[in-house]
Ligand binder design. Structure first.
Ligand SMILES: Cc1cc2nc3c(=O)[nH]c(=O)nc-3n(C[C@H](O)[C@H](O)[C@H](O)COP(=O)(O)O)c2cc1C
Ligand SMILES: [Fe+2]
Ligand SMILES: [Fe+2]
Length: 388
């Protein structure tokens, strides 16, 4: 596959993977991308997962058409990208490895060698000419590991963005880019918004015609829109006015309340409401939706003097990803000593810029007049469109 006349795609699709990074469900599989720049000197950018060595070498050899690579640029040491570094060096021993100093430390740990005789350490901003193509290496620590760098091809204006701008899903399946990219972003790098923002600042002012990430499709159109979306995500700003209602329920009364709340919102003409049952949904999808909208309703039962486990896990997922700049409403349920509301609120103690909406709805076992009228009032307050 041709990206520009000199840049070729040699990545692979993985349809046998069930969980990415041991946790994220990937029903549409995953792609591990790898690229070759054909110039006076030839550079390969990253390898692929160890299950695809043969397939990758076939593509590489076909693309090289009898030539040999001069450089292997290792942008990220996570094994789904670096598994074939040693294999490539065995096949093409004259190849020089290019990576950050931290990446070479990791190579020592992974491969028992830091390839002293074959290595070229690059620092932030360093450049390399392949002949026609001038490459600039830009360090991107914690996007998503500390050794990461991205590579900008100044000649073709192509950004090789490592894990940035990646998504779940193999390339031979059509799906919604933003949905799977959002779930990927908040799942994997959501915690590192500051570092993603630092990278975006370094890229500002560079003309980018194409983004070649290590997962997901090569982005060729509307580049500014992708960049703006990443800046928004990295700044923890909501994407749109809307509500995620995340709930858990044992006997169905809390569930009944949240569906009633949604109906009350509809009556007020407010439709952008998603309801997620935290014990049954994909947790990473619920997390992504929470970051997408500006408002979040949490509804749960009290459970053994604490929070229902799925709600506890959900809130942990948000707070450890620096959830902020959002409005939250709380609904609690309990039959004898209700504590869920207070515990949910306290969980966000360290989170920045969270507004808690009144009224806070307390249900004792089942909805009654008071809790239903509180719910009605909450629907009214939630319907007021606001910017946070
Ligand atoms: C295992 C378990 C532990 C519970 N612990 C408490 C508790 O500590 N305090 C309390 O008020 N209710 C507790 N409850 C009761 C539920 O919170 C309560 O019945 C609630 O109304 C259930 O709402 P639901 O109909 O949405 O499931 C517990 C229920 C279960 C199943
Ligand atoms: Fe990664
Ligand atoms: Fe990756």
């Amino acid at each position: 596959m041709e990206i520009t006349s000199d840049i070729k795609y040699i990545g692979v699709n993985d349809h046998s993977i069930d969980l990415f990074e041991g946790i994220y469900k990937v029903p549409n599989g995953m792609s591990y991308n790898s690229y070759v720049i054909l110039d006076e000197k030839i550079a390969v950018l990253d390898t692929v997962d160890g299950d695809f060595t043969e397939q990758w070498f076939e593509k590489l050899e076909y693309t090289l058409n009898g030539k040999k690579p001069d450089y292997l640029i290792v942008q990220h040491m996570e094994p789904d990208h670096s598994a074939n570094v040693v294999h490539l060096l065995e096949k093409y021993p004259a190849t020089t490895l290019i990576a950050t100093s931290k990446a070479f430390d990791m190579m020592q740990n992974y491969f028992g060698s830091d390839f002293e005789a074959k290595k070229m350490i690059v620092k932030d901003g360093e450049e390399l000419s392949l002949g026609k193509h001038n490459l600039k290496f830009i360090s991107a620590p914690m996007v998503h590991w500390p050794e990461v760098m991205v590579t900008y091809d100044e000649t073709d204006k192509v950004l090789f963005s490592a894990d940035g701008f990646g998504k779940f899903g193999a390339l031979d399946i059509k799906d919604c880019w933003v949905k799977e990219a959002r779930r990927y972003y908040f799942g994997i790098v959501g915690k590192y918004g500051l570092q993603v923002n630092n990278l975006m600042k370094k890229l500002a002012g560079k003309e980018i015609r194409c983004i070649c990430s290590l997962h997901g499709p090569v982005l060729k159109k509307n580049i500014d829109a992708y960049i703006q979306l990443y800046e928004k995500w990295a700044s923890y700003d909501p994407e749109e006015e809307g509500i995620l209602i995340a709930f858990s329920s044992v006997y169905g009364n809390t569930k009944k309340a949240v569906y009633l709340l949604r109906d009350m919102m509809k009556k007020r003409g407010y439709y952008n409401v998603q309801i997620y049952d935290l014990t049954r949904c994909d947790m990473s999808e619920a997390v992504a939706e929470a970051f997408r909208f500006n408002k979040l309703v949490l509804a749960t039962t009290t459970y053994n003097g604490g929070l229902f486990p799925a709600m506890r896990e959900f809130i942990n997922n948000l707070t450890e990803r620096e959830f902020q700049n959002r409005t939250i409403a709380l609904i609690e349920n309990g039959s004898w000593a209700s504590v869920a509301g207070k515990m949910m609120k306290d969980s966000f103690e360290k989170s920045k810029n969270i507004i808690f909406l009144e009224p806070y709805v307390k249900i004792t076992s089942v909805l009654d007049k008071k809790s239903e009228s509180d719910l009605k009032e909450l629907a009214k307050v939630l319907s007021e469109k606001r910017k946070s």
